[in-house]
Design a protein around this ligand. Structure first.
Ligand code: SAH
Length: 253
């Protein structure tokens, strides 16, 4: 295009400026860009988690609003091995390596509800696995101490808890049979592997008025889940919560 005189040049400039402005203006009203892959995945997991809470938590009779909220918040898919990520929100246990499992969501919710966690409570967990139950306790506001006997799992739990934003949870690599005497007494103790008897050190580390939730029974089969409340210094009251199947509590020699 040839510009013949100053007036035409001016008109052309105004037209170009107008076009540019229109473009910039347009950009503001363009719809937001399509979600990135990561954001789409987050949405997908959020939907699956809501479904899990509806079907397997509320649907199976969990009634504590605090536990229901926590189960809806904790990103369970960050606590399962990559190979099982698509099953993260299904209501069953999954392998986490070393012959161990991440517990079924309903059982995690039931044990947390029976423990009765209040914000600021000091809670001991025996059997961190990859840290899911510890994350649920932390989400309920507990100060969590968790013990795992397999070193690689303890490391895995620390990494995953940090990634999910629960880096205040303390994870120790040792035999949980002996509890965590330096941090005792506890407002609650939860054991996620089954011994064949109730460890005395755990009873000793409970505050009066607090509960120990623990599966007890022979390894490899079904055990009974117990809620044992310390009603007085020397008085414990046990209530059965039904049959469960946990990996055995193993011991260091
Ligand atoms: N709480 C976990 C469940 C993990 S399965 C979760 O939320 O997914 C039980 C875990 O207990 C296993 O990782 C196993 O290695 C561990 N464990 C078994 N015996 C133990 C012991 N004596 N002390 C600490 N951890 C133990």
């Amino acid at each position: 295009m040839v510009v013949r005189n100053r007036a035409s040049a001016l008109v052309l400039l105004v037209v170009i400026a107008g076009l540019l402005l229109a473009l910039v203006g347009d950009r503001r009203v363009l719809p937001s860009p399509p979600p990135t892959h990561a954001a789409a995945l987050t949405d997908k997991f959020q939907l699956l988690r809501q479904q899990m809470v509806k079907d397997a938590i509320v649907g199976w009779g969990i009634h504590s609003p605090e536990v229901i909220r926590a189960m809806g918040e904790v990103p369970r898919h960050l606590f399962v091995p990559a190979d099982f990520i698509d099953q993260a929100y299904e209501n069953h246990p999954l392998p986490i390596g070393y012959g161990q499992t991440i517990s079924q969501p309903y059982i995690v919710a039931l044990m947390t509800q029976e423990l009765g966690v209040n914000p600021g409570d000091r809670v001991l967990e025996i059997g961190s696995g990859l840290g899911y139950q510890a994350a649920v306790l932390a989400e309920c506001g507990a100060e969590v101490y968790s013990i795992e006997i397999i070193g690689d799992l303890a490391d895995g739990a620390r990494v995953r808890l940090k990634e999910a934003g629960y880096d205040q949870v303390r994870v120790r690599h040792s035999d949980g049979y002996w509890g965590w005497p330096e941090a005792a007494p506890f407002d609650g103790i939860i054991v996620t592997a089954a011994p064949d008897h109730v460890p005395q050190p755990l009873l000793d580390q409970l505050k009066v008025g607090s509960a120990l939730v623990i599966p007890v029974g022979p390894p490899g089969g079904y055990q009974e889940l117990w809620r044992i409340e310390r009603v007085a210094e020397q008085d414990f009251r046990s209530t059965s919560l039904g049959g469960v199947s946990f990996v055995p509590l193993t011991r260091t020699e």
